[in-house]
Write a protein that binds this ligand. Structure first.
Ligand code: SIN
Length: 537
């Protein structure tokens, strides 16, 4: 058992340097809070920089679009599981969030008449996705927020992995246990901890997410007593550059905006993949397009289709999609001369830690924002480019919520935090986990396959003390996979990103989210009310 050997204190500890974490840290600093940002990588190592498409927002300078229409598109994409009030609040805050980001130095691409340029992506019925650097929006957002954080002297603890929250005897969060790069434990006492740890793409062999996306925040929240919901809805991006059989780790994205600019999906015979599938054709919501590609690949016994963007010449590609062009050329494909080989890969977690639009979770002192949070904006399938928007809005609101909760005196006194050793929890082998998750828990699941994943995890997991970053990450993947499998097995229908081969239809009885908590012995368990809603008393 290793005991913590150093200590620091803040009003708010933010875990993660993506858009939500940095936005929250900057706002907290403006509000006069002592904030400390913790990241397991260098500050630039978050997921945000890989976002290509842009920020979906209605700026009010286009009479053909409206916030209500953006909300309607979000709800339509979300397969009946979005929270309409949450969607209206987050989308309604969008213009102010983008204005704040620009005032912090982010530079967006300009269009005609002094207006920001806009593109379209899947599920959007209007051109409302603002972008930067052509297809490098995430990189520009991250650059601007990091520069503002450095200017504003936001303290950052790099190369420290968050292990667990510190909790008072009453179960309130009062700080964070971390490990430095050598595995030396330390304690950060704080009445508020904000999880902004990003996604869980590393549950799968091929993903658009970087190696940091190991579901750390989901595991920390569950072990802190917080519920998670909608974990079964993992969004697979339809157009990830196919670089050959057996692609592993982070694979290059081909932004949906390429389809927004007219590209179409075709199979190896040159037949359109989306013909007759959805009224929006190639710009149908992402779950619909990924499922259609998966069906076509199964029919043909192949492993990739093609994105035909040859109507765009090389200069247009260079100006509008420089990131995509570079990735294609590196893979030996000239996208202005030949269709791009693509296949779906794990991209975004629509579910996560149950939290409000202000980032509050049901556990006092624990907040969540960004991809790790489940606010109800995404439902069963996220609308493209709503995630940077959510990070900007909820990051700001979470910092304001912490300031308000501190002023009201409702948060725990950090001195009451019990000093705890690093936990000992089940850890499965990562390769094995990724293999079975990709085989049995991707697009097209069934009860038998999900049970196989559960058994493999049970057999392969061994209790280990979380003494290194790798163990912390593998434990998070193990726990999150178990929770995801439990939800996916229980949801006996197909909805949004959750496609069950044995239950191919939407079941109206399942028009509600599934919440999971940990039992006292550390097993993920569906919340009782969800079971009762199915009449399984
Ligand atoms: C894309 O550019 O296609 C991805 C953007 C997103 O995931 O919202």
């Amino acid at each position: 058992m290793t005991s913590p050997c150093w200590k620091a204190h803040a009003d708010l500890v933010v875990v993660g340097t993506g858009v939500a974490g940095l936005t929250a840290a900057l706002r907290a600093r403006e509000l006069g809070l002592r904030v400390l940002v913790v990241t397991k990588e260098a500050a630039e190592g978050g997921n945000t920089r890989w976002a290509q498409g842009g920020v979906a927002v209605v700026l009010g300078d286009d009479s053909a679009d409206s916030v209500d229409r953006h909300v309607a598109d979000t709800l339509a994409a979300g397969g009946g599981l979005c929270d309409a009030d949450t969607a209206a609040r987050i989308i309604g805050d969008g213009p102010a969030a983008v204005a704040r980001l620009r005032s912090r130095g982010a530079v967006f691409d300009m269009g005609d008449a002094g207006r920001l340029a806009r593109t379209r992506e899947g599920g959007h019925t209007a051109f409302r996705v603002v972008h930067a650097g052509g297809d490098a929006t995430g990189a520009e957002v991250e650059r601007a927020l990091l520069a503002a954080s450095r200017d504003g002297r936001v303290p950052m603890l790099e190369h420290h992995v968050a292990v667990d929250t510190l909790r008072t005897p009453a179960g309130e969060v009062a700080g964070l246990l971390v490990l430095d790069a050598s595995g030396v434990p330390g304690v950060l006492t704080a009445p508020a901890v904000l999880l902004a740890t990003g996604g869980l793409g590393q549950l799968y062999q091929a993903t658009t997410n970087p190696s940091v996306a190991t579901a750390d925040g989901v595991a920390i929240a569950l072990r802190s007593g917080a519920p998670v919901a909608d974990l079964e809805f993992v969004q697979f991006h339809p157009t990830v550059l196919y670089t050959g059989e057996g692609a592993r780790g982070r694979c290059p994205l081909v932004t949906e905006a390429v389809r927004g600019e007219g590209a179409v999906l075709v199979d190896s015979r040159g037949l359109r993949v989306m013909a007759g599938v959805h009224p929006l054709g190639d710009l149908a919501p992402r779950d619909v397009v990924s499922a259609a590609i998966t069906r076509r690949l199964a029919e043909l016994g192949e492993d990739h289709v093609f994105l035909d963007a040859t109507h765009l010449d090389r200069p247009t590609f260079r100006r509008r999609f420089p990131t995509v062009l570079a990735a294609c050329l590196a893979a030996g494909v000239d996208p202005s001369a030949a269709p791009i080989p693509v296949s779906p890969a794990a991209h975004f977690s629509c579910g996560g830690v149950v939290s409000t639009v202000d980032g509050r979770t049901p556990v006092r002192g624990l907040y969540a924002a960004g991809e790790v949070a489940r606010t109800g904006l995404h439902g069963a399938n996220r609308l493209a480019s709503n995630s940077l928007l959510e990070g900007l809005v909820v990051g700001t609101r979470a910092a304001e919520a912490v300031a308000a909760d501190l002023a009201l005196g409702v948060l725990a006194e950090p001195r009451l935090a019990a000093c705890q050793p690093v936990p000992t929890v089940p850890v499965a082998d990562r390769d094995t986990l990724q293999r079975v998750m990709s085989r049995y828990a991707a697009i097209g699941r069934d009860g038998e396959g999900l049970a196989v994943v559960g058994s493999v995890l049970d057999v392969s997991a061994v209790d280990r003390p979380l003494e290194t970053r790798a163990l912390v990450e593998d434990a998070a993947l193990t726990l999150t996979a178990r929770a995801l499998i439990a939800a996916a097995a229980a949801r006996t229908e197909s909805r949004g990103c959750h496609v069950r081969d044995d239950f191919p239809a939407v079941d109206p009885d399942w028009a509600h989210g599934l919440t999971i908590r940990l039992t006292p012995s550390g097993q993920p368990m569906l919340d009782r009310p969800a079971l009762l809603a199915r009449g399984a008393a």
